[in-house]
Ligand binder design. Structure first.
Ligand code: ZN
Length: 170
């Protein structure tokens, strides 16, 4: 039996259900995220036990593609290579993997460029998010960017996205 340390990624549908395949015996069953009320992040592993063979393995729920929260708060952007600050931006949307923001004027940006983005969430702790992003799409003054590296765990941000997502949208 090979040692299994890698968590199995499970994509959840809008009903918060995902299909889990046991890494030991291959049996499949549907899990509902509501079974794990203490579980908040798409980037944390959770140990589950197979119903059939009773062996434990790790799973990791992948929520990112289903969650995008509309926001409206100010942010700062600094080009990573030159260190130059850009005019203030408005954070328009957030997910655990990326951010959408508005520029005051059409920016001189290129796809794939890296920037350092900083903004404060309107959560209870007024958490500051300060991350490197890569520009993924440019629509006039609206920019879509992905966090770099994409799989990093951001507790405040992940929690914010989940807490602000209506349950019906899972
Ligand atoms: Zn099994």
């Amino acid at each position: 039996m090979p040692q299994v340390t890698e968590a199995v990624r499970i994509h959840l549908n809008k009903l918060r259900q995902g299909l889990v395949t046991c890494v030991h015996c291959g049996v499949q069953r549907t899990v509902n995220m509501a079974q794990y009320p203490e579980y908040h992040s798409g980037n944390k592993s959770l140990q589950v036990k197979c119903n059939l063979c009773k062996k434990p393995f790790l799973v990791r729920f992948d929520l990112r593609r289903y969650h995008r929260v509309t926001t409206h708060f100010p942010g700062q952007l600094v080009q990573q290579q030159t260190g130059s600050a850009l005019p203030p931006i408005t954070i328009a949307s957030l997910s655990v993997s990326g951010v959408g923001f508005h520029m005051p004027i059409p920016p001189d940006m290129k796809l794939g460029e890296k920037y350092h983005i900083t903004f404060t969430l309107d959560d209870e702790d007024r958490s500051t998010v300060s991350e490197t992003v890569i520009v993924k799409c440019i629509y006039g003054t609206l920019i879509g960017a992905e966090f770099d590296p994409p799989d990093r765990y951001h507790h405040a941000l992940d929690f914010y996205v989940l807490a602000n997502t209506p349950l019906g949208d899972f």
